[in-house]
Design a protein around this ligand. Sequence first.
Ligand code: ATP
Ligand code: MG
Length: 270
Amino acid sequence: EYLGVDVGGTLSKIVYRLEGEWRYKKVPTTRLEDVDQWIQGRFHNPVIHITGGKAGLFTQKSVFPVKKINEFEATCEGVRHLLEENGQYGEAGSRFMVTNVGTGTSIHVVEGDSYERIGGSGMGGGTLLGLSYLLTGEDNYDTILTLGKQGNGASLNVTVRDIYSHENPPISGDLTASNFGNVSNMKEQSFSQEDYIAAVVRMIGETITTMSVQAAERLKTDTVVYIGSTFSQHDTLRDIVQGYTELRGKKALFLDHGEYSGAIGAFLNK
Ligand code: ATP
Ligand code: MG
């Protein structure tokens, strides 16, 4: 009985196989003891393949044998596997970027069997939670998602068109020149909590897209595969990232269950 577990900074992801299919489970990493309990309740002799930044913490506490696997290796293995399983491998091409938006963001390049982490950013899912809390006092993830979807933060930002107001801009006028940069609008209009969160979502989406597209350009690939729990159930973030990636001339792919890539890669590591 094998299990793949990815103990991330925010969420722990568990995968295993049952009746020829993947089974998925997510638990907040703050409740890591629940993961061990949950496993004890279902498996008798599990072999746990573990990865993620907090794998060490789990290893200390687990009653079962564990094998530790490098997080970046596991993530890229998992992405490759999911692409194949979903029939999207052809779409991704022989070389592609993987942008993992977890608590923080990591960017990798995958080519054939090789992979490399080429960068990252502190702008990630944790930023969404933290800035939303600071701006609105809300700390429930589902509420933050719902509020953000109802808002429109566009007029908190300055676009390239706003700056080049009297001539044709040298780059697309739709691009954001400055996230949260429109102080004059802020003074004239009032904005709702929904608008604040929507603007945070847009800032995060645009920033990780910009980093990913620049990395793709440098490494001469056309495709960015976006994964991480920050995208799960978050249609507006996906739309922003997809639209912005295409505006910058690249292709965006989202993977079903992409947030389980690390756990799947760990599971598969023999
Ligand atoms: P890292 O890889 O940086 O160590 P992680 O693996 O825990 O972190 P993910 O699980 O990929 O990261 O994503 C975490 C993010 O997903 C959160 O910051 C939040 O924005 C979002 N998220 C999605 N669902 C939830 C949830 N139920 N509770 C909290 N955050 C959630
Ligand atoms: Mg992670």
